[in-house]
Design a protein around this ligand. Structure first.
Ligand SMILES: NC(=O)c1ccc[n+]([C@@H]2O[C@H](COP(=O)([O-])OP(=O)(O)OC[C@H]3O[C@@H](n4cnc5c(N)ncnc54)[C@H](OP(=O)(O)O)[C@@H]3O)[C@@H](O)[C@H]2O)c1
Length: 305
C-alpha cells in the first residue's frame, strides 16, 4: 500500500514551489567546486524542477589578512555565493520569474592564520539593515522575496534583531522573512513582531538530528513552513552514520540512493516541510529532486524512524 503522504508543490513566500529546493552553501564555501560546475549544478536543479534556491550573505571563503588584530580573522569580504546564484538564474533559459531566491543575513565568516574557517554572529540592527541592502543589490532585486535571520546573535536581544527585520519589511527591502537556528521562544518573539511577514523557520533536521527542540510541531501550529537545513546530515560535520542504516536498507531494496529515501522521508513528515539538500554536481541534485516523486509505502515508513 502506498503512503498517504502528499508530495506536491506548496504556496510559499508568494511563489508556488516544489517542496525540495537547492541549498547553495556547498557550492560557495570550503570544498566548493569550480565556479562553472556550480553554475551547471544550479542550472541542472532548475531544469529538474527546483524553484527554491537557498543562499546567504555569508556564503563565501574569507581570506586571512596578516594585518588583523590579535590573530583574529579579518575578512576580505566577498559576495561569492549570492552573485553565483544571481548569475546562474539570470543565465538560465527557463522561467526565471518563478524562482524564489532566499538569502540569510546576520552571520559572517571567520578564518584564522592556520586557515581554519568559522562563523560569527553579527545581528546588530545596523548590520542587518546594511547586509539586507547589500543582498538585494547582489541579487539584482529591489525587494528580496525571502530574507532569513541566519541565527540568533547572543549579544543582541532577539526583539531588537526582529525589529530590524520588521523595518526591512516596512521599507520594502524584503517581502517575507524567515528565521534560522532558533528555538520555540525565538519563534514566538519573531511571530509577535513580524506577524504575517514571518513565513518560515529554517532549522536543522535529518535522521541524525531529529529536531530535539520540537520546533517542527510549533511551526505547524503557527502555519509556518519548516525548512530543514543539512537534511542529509551536512557535508562538513561528522554525522552518526548509523542513523542512516534503515534508509540504506530501503534504498537497497528499491535500487536507489539512500539520500533520495532520506529526503522523501523528510517530505512525508510534514506537509509544510521544505527540504534543501546541497549538491556539488548536477547528478546529485537530479538524484535528490527525484525524492519529490518517491512515495514511500506504509511498510517502508514503518521501518524508518
Ligand atoms: N541556516 C543555517 O544555519 C544552515 C546551516 C547549514 C546548511 N544550511 C543550508 O542547508 C543546505 C544543505 O545543508 P548542507 O550543505 O550542510 O548539507 P546536506 O544537504 O545535508 O548534505 C549535502 C551533501 O550530501 C551529498 N549529497 C547531496 N545529494 C546527494 C545525493 N543525491 N546522493 C549522494 N550524495 C549527495 C553532497 O556531498 P558530496 O558533494 O561530498 O557528495 C552534499 O554536499 C545548505 O546548502 C544551506 O543552504 C543552512
Amino acid at each position: 500500500m502506498t503512503s498517504t503522504t502528499t508530495i506536491s508543490a506548496i504556496d510559499f513566500a508568494g511563489y508556488t514551489i516544489p517542496r525540495l529546493g537547492l541549498g547553495c552553501m556547498a557550492l560557495s564555501i570550503e570544498g566548493r567546486p569550480a565556479y562553472s560546475t556550480a553554475v551547471a549544478t544550479i542550472h541542472s536543479a532548475l531544469d529538474a524542477g527546483v524553484r527554491y534556491l537557498d543562499t546567504a550573505w555569508s556564503y563565501y571563503l574569507p581570506r586571512y589578512s596578516p594585518q588583523s588584530h590579535n590573530n583574529a580573522s579579518r575578512l576580505e569580504q566577498s559576495d561569492y555565493g549570492e552573485r553565483l546564484v544571481h548569475e546562474a538564474v539570470t543565465t538560465w533559459d527557463g522561467p526565471q520569474q518563478d524562482v524564489l531566491i532566499a538569502s540569510k543575513i546576520g552571520w559572517s565568516r571567520t578564518v584564522d592564520q592556520y586557515g581554519t574557517y568559522g562563523w560569527q554572529a553579527d545581528a546588530r540592527p545596523e548590520t542587518i539593515i546594511a547586509q539586507a541592502k547589500e543582498s538585494a543589490q547582489r541579487l539584482g532585486v529591489e525587494s528580496l522575496g525571502l530574507l532569513y535571520s541566519h541565527c540568533d546573535d547572543p549579544n543582541v536581544p532577539y526583539e531588537d534583531q526582529m525589529g530590524a527585520f520588521r523595518q526591512l519589511v516596512d521599507e520594502g527591502v524584503a517581502r517575507t522573512i524567515g528565521i534560522s537556528r532558533v528555538d520555540n521562544h525565538n519563534i514566538d518573539v519573531a511571530h509577535h513582531i513580524l506577524g504575517k511577514a514571518l513565513v518560515a523557520v529554517q532549522n536543522q533536521f535529518s535522521p541524525s538530528y531529529p529536531d530535539p527542540l520540537h520546533t517542527m510541531d510549533h511551526c505547524k501550529a503557527l502555519n509556518l513552513a519548516f525548512v530543514c537545513w543539512s537534511p542529509l546530515g551536512g557535508f562538513l560535520d561528522p554525522v552518526d552514520a548509523g542513523a542512516y542504516d534503515a534508509f540504506k536498507k530501503v534504498a537497497q531494496r528499491r535500487g536507489i540512493s539512500y539520500q533520495r529515501v532520506v529526503l522523501a522521508w523528510e517530505l512525508s513528515r510534514c506537509e509544510t516541510l521544505i527540504t534543501i539538500p546541497s549538491a556539488r554536481n548536477p547528478h546529485e541534485i537530479q538524484d535528490s529532486f527525484a525524492a519529490t516523486q518517491l512515495l514511500l509505502t506504509e511498510e517502508e515508513l514503518s521501518q524508518l524512524p
